[in-house]
Design a protein. Structure first.
Length: 136
């Protein structure tokens, strides 16, 4: 029994390592944080910091996962934790390359710290990723 668990654990480790190696995060991209271990990794390519208030912008999303979720499986939102509100607009997410999606129509209407949250839904489970960004 112990041997079977050990073999299963090693197989899972090998699979997750293969995904990470196949999907390296390029320079200029920022890896998102997770609340707990996630089998996937997400990185964002943001406009130059700080993001300008009142100007629409786009965010590129690199998804390193065993299964790519498709645009319906990526949910992006941004909130201001200090003010307890989010954006007034819902961004549109479209694929632009292998493992890369673009969220266009992002718009921060107030200066301060924003938190971008991405929920990755695939294979019947969900994963949550977060990144804090300033807006001025």
């Amino acid at each position: 029994m112990v041997v079977k668990k050990l073999i299963a654990g090693l197989a899972l480790l090998a699979a997750s390592t293969a995904v990470a190696e196949a999907c390296a995060i390029p320079d200029g991209w920022t890896q998102m944080q997770v609340e707990a271990f996630q089998p996937s990794t997400i990185a964002l390519k943001l406009p130059p910091a700080p993001i300008r208030v009142g100007e629409p912008f786009a965010v590129d999303i690199l998804v390193c996962a065993d299964q790519q979720p498709g645009t319906g499986g990526i949910r992006l939102d941004a909130t201001m934790p200090a003010h307890k509100h989010g954006m007034n607009y819902r961004p549109e997410i479209k694929p632009v390359a292998d493992n890369v999606y673009r969220a266009s129509g992002m718009f921060f209407h107030m200066p301060g710290e924003w938190q971008i949250t991405i929920d990755l839904l695939s294979g019947g489970s969900g994963q949550r990723f977060m990144l804090k960004v300033p807006a001025r």
